[in-house]
Design a protein around this ligand. Structure first.
Ligand SMILES: [Zn+2]
Length: 157
């Protein structure tokens, strides 16, 4: 449908001018009182809208008990810490900290360990909505662990 004022552009707005309702284009929409804007565009399935979903990348977090998963898988394969560290181009001391869960491995390191030890260290993070409730339920997200690392609670444990 074309604009009832200029007749050239597509009429997306409904306005009222001196008692008459007119379907007008955007340019003409400020001629009278705006009654309705353009209808929402139908969403095509499979097409991502720009915005929150535009990243197209699933957030991942390190699984609980990653340290024991790594160390038990490593021991099962009979790999000394130093050998595994060398294989993935990391320092043995760093790997040891990871196994003791003193350091949270980043995604890159997790990938290397997963490949090397045939284990699973990364899991899709829950959506932000449930992350809040998970937090209060005692669950710890990757971000939380980093926060804890920074803060280092005073009480001994
Ligand atoms: Zn117009």
């Amino acid at each position: 449908m074309e604009c009832e004022i200029c007749g050239s552009a597509e009429a997306e707005y409904l306005i009222q001018v001196e008692g008459a309702k007119l379907r007008v284009c955007r340019d003409c929409s400020d001629t009278g009182r705006l009654l309705a804007g353009p209808p929402p565009k139908p969403q095509k399935a499979g097409v991502k809208q720009d915005g929150s979903l535009a990243e197209g990348r699933q957030e991942l977090e390190v699984v609980e008990g990653y340290g024991s998963i790594i160390s038990s898988a490593r021991k099962k394969m009979g790999l000394p810490l130093e050998v595994l560290a060398e294989r993935i181009n990391e320092k043995a001391s760093f790997l040891e900290r990871v196994e003791h869960e003193k350091t949270l491995p980043d995604e890159k390191l997790c990938r290397k360990l997963e490949k090397e030890l045939h284990i699973r260290l990364l899991e899709p993070a829950v959506s932000s909505g449930t992350a809040e409730s998970k937090k209060s339920a005692g669950g710890v997200t990757l971000g939380d662990i980093i926060e804890i690392e920074k803060k280092k609670p005073a009480k001994g444990g």
